[in-house]
Ligand binder design. Structure first.
Ligand SMILES: [Zn+2]
Length: 157
């Protein structure tokens, strides 16, 4: 409440000044006699509503890139190897992998990891890792997806 005499804001007092009861500031109060102190109205506390702790649902529709080994990876690897005129054993040596692994991959018994597939891709100049953009909530065949955290990081670069 501002001082009725000078308009100053702040602590005010109810004072009897020359016979009149006024609400005045401390400075003006000395011209009369303080009757009581006027308590500044307590500022109404803004009712701060607590942030609702509802966790936002993960953006379901955000697309993400997933890497998938092509269905015909075994054919592509085999053809790529034959194109280079290498035997399974020789390719195994070049890639520092076991011959049995090459054999199993070419016969489709073993689906290579993305990292291994990349190795084949680089060496054989074939494309066996396919990128798909998937929506998060879309169900995909998880067994087909061989994503490691390392792979995810490379995608996001
Ligand atoms: Zn005053």
């Amino acid at each position: 409440m501002p001082c009725e005499m000078c308009g100053a804001q702040g602590n005010t007092f109810k004072a009897n000044i020359e016979g009149a009861e006024l609400v005045v500031c401390q400075g003006c109060a000395k011209y009369g006699k303080i009757i009581s102190r006027v308590r500044a109205p307590v500022k109404e506390k803004k009712s701060v509503r607590r942030q609702e702790s509802v966790t936002k649902p993960i953006e379901k529709l955000r697309n993400e890139i997933i890497q998938v080994i092509a269905d015909d990876f075994s054919d592509k690897i085999k053809k790529g190897r034959e194109k280079l005129g290498l035997k399974q054993k020789e390719l195994a040596l070049k890639l520092a992998e076991k011959e049995s692994l090459i054999h199993n991959v070419e016969s489709g018994k073993f689906i290579p990891s993305i990292n291994l597939a990349r190795k084949f891709e680089r060496f054989l100049k074939v494309k066996i890792v396919e990128q798909h953009e998937e929506t998060r909530d879309k169900k995909y065949n998880a067994s087909k997806v061989a994503l490691t955290i390392g792979d995810m990081l490379t995608i996001k670069k």
